[in-house]
Design a binder for this molecule. Structure first.
Ligand SMILES: NC(=O)c1ccc[n+]([C@@H]2O[C@H](COP(=O)([O-])OP(=O)(O)OC[C@H]3O[C@@H](n4cnc5c(N)ncnc54)[C@H](O)[C@@H]3O)[C@@H](O)[C@H]2O)c1
Length: 477
């Protein structure tokens, strides 16, 4: 036992010690520990002390982004692979004194941790988030907020009961291009929205989730049983551990990994709560490497008319085998213009039709007899005076994100601002996070079961007559 661990155990309060004992005894058991208040108040002058759970690729990027904010300090990390704990101590521990454990519950038990970053594979998000909120920690949880639809409400309930701040991590909405898109749409710059399309294509092995596997990966250097968690039992397989996105037991496929960013952006810009009808199709076309999720998927979603917007259709696409020129943008199309944007920039194109419809050109007019043509012209001139025939010129407005913009840091900035203010009102709270996650998880359900999924975005429930998502998607061990 290291000296720092000894110190931390000595400083445990009775309440947190009880919470840990219960959690250790029942990692997924029915009796949950009571909510305990945060043991340390964050005052405006205090540093916010964070711990990162999951120190893989995004865990490192998230930690760096969090620490780019003033008065934030990393005090602990958890990960299941020893190499990543060692790496974290070197990268963030200064003198290697950073508290590091394979067991996230040891991190949650530390009274000096105010907030945790949950950056594990998707199947652990709900468990760790709920345990963290119960332990009185603020939570920044990576996208998608949950792995299965039935896990959304328990996370929301835990967040509400805890009174803590929670942010979900689709950081692109904190970029100025997304904020400009929202401003334009809300100002009515493109009129009434009728269609949205967004894609996230790739063509390379790393992009298709075949991340490098460390040479010392073995059951001795990592905690395979804990990795499995509530997923089905499976013998040790380093590919499953380090390339977990390729397996639906642990990940959420292209929908949960990438559609989630697209739909989060759309909900942010349009103030939408979500679609009512979701249909997906796709294929495993190229990366036939043992994965059980598709590498090409298109999802069509119907958004109903609400107080925030008219009805529109949305089409999302991921193609991991697009060998052509890739242009990953979101296009929001309205009856007076279109906004095409990514994190880097935005192009607004405006075009307003004249009142007069025009005639001739590619039209039936030339097929009329001469007397009918004459009469048609006379009636047209009477109905449409010259001013009704002028179309507004096409306008194009371009917005470029400021050089070096740090949307990721800003997303954490919003989280920390709310932690300090004692507010639960982050830009991507769990209700927003779940309203984005549920339709993309429904995309998987539609794909695997070849059916249309009906969803109620207001109540966040499957529509009556549907089998509950839990019975089809979730396999409990
Ligand atoms: N917001 C974004 O742009 C973005 C980008 C990439 C990944 N992500 C999300 O971040 C999460 C992690 O993705 P990644 O690419 O970093 O994966 P990764 O495989 O690189 O890292 C995951 C780490 O979690 C650890 N881990 C697994 N179960 C754990 C547990 N129970 N307790 C503690 N540690 C555990 C693993 O040992 C591993 O080191 C995913 O949910 C992913 O969707 C978000």
């Amino acid at each position: 036992m290291t000296p720092s661990r000894r110190t931390f155990i000595r400083t445990l309060t009775a309440a947190s010690a009880l919470a840990v004992t219960e959690a250790v005894a029942r990692p997924f058991g029915p009796v949950a520990p009571a909510y305990i208040p945060n043991l340390r108040r964050v005052s405006p002058n205090d540093k916010i002390r964070i711990a990162t759970i999951g120190m893989g690729i995004q865990g490192n990027y998230d930690t760096q982004a969090a620490l780019r904010n003033p008065d934030v300090e990393l005090v602990a990390v958890a990960d299941l692979y020893d190499g990543r704990l060692e790496h974290a101590k070197t990268a963030f521990g200064k003198d290697k004194n950073l508290f590091a454990s394979r067991d996230f519950r040891e991190v949650l038990a530390r009274p000096d941790v105010d907030a945790v970053l949950v950056v594990t594979p998707d199947h652990w998000h709900d468990h760790i988030t709920i345990e963290a909120l119960k332990a009185g920690k603020h939570v920044y949880c990576e996208k998608p907020m949950v792995q299965h639809i039935n896990e959304g409400k328990p996370v929301i309930d835990a967040w509400k009961k805890s009174g803590k701040t929670m942010q979900v991590g689709s950081q692109r909405i904190s970029s100025s291009a997304f904020q400009e898109a929202k401003r334009m749409v809300q100002a009515g710059d493109i009129g009434t929205i009728n269609y949205i399309e967004s894609n996230s294509d790739r063509f390379n092995a790393i992009g298709a989730w075949n991340y490098s596997i460390p040479t010392d990966a073995s059951p001795a250097t990592l905690d395979w049983d804990r990795f499995l968690g509530d997923a089905p039992k499976h013998p040790f397989d380093a590919k499953r551990f380090f390339r977990w996105r390729n397996y639906k037991d642990y990940g959420t496929g292209v929908a949960g990994d990438l559609f989630i960013h697209l739909i989060t952006g759309v909900h942010f810009v349009t103030n939408s709560m979500g679609p009512t009808r979701i249909y997906s199709s796709g294929n495993l076309a190229y990366w036939k490497d043992g994965r059980d999720v598709p590498d090409i998927m298109t999802s069509v979603m119907d958004y109903p008319k609400t107080a925030a917007h008219d009805a529109f259709q949305m089409v999302l696409r991921v193609n991991f085998a697009n060998a052509g020129k890739i242009s990953n943008v979101t296009r929001i199309i309205g009856n007076e213009g279109q906004i095409e944007f990514s994190e880097e920039n935005l192009i607004l194109t405006k075009r307003k039709l004249p009142i007069a419809p025009g005639y001739n050109g590619y039209d039936s007019f030339f097929t009329f007899t001469e007397p009918v043509k004459e009469e048609f012209k006379r009636q047209y001139d009477a109905k449409y005076p010259p001013e009704t025939r002028v179309a507004e010129p096409v306008k194009e407005v371009r917005f470029d994100a400021p050089k070096g913009e740090d949307a990721h840091g800003a997303h954490f900035g919003d989280f920390f601002k709310n932690v300090r203010a004692g507010s639960q009102g982050t830009i991507e709270d769990p209700v927003f996070g779940f309203r984005a996650a549920a339709p993309v998880l429904a995309s998987n359900e539609s794909y695997f079961q070849q059916k249309v999924v009906h969803w109620n975005p207001e109540t966040m429930t499957m529509k009556t007559g549907e089998a509950p998502a839990s019975t089809v998607a979730k396999k409990k061990k």
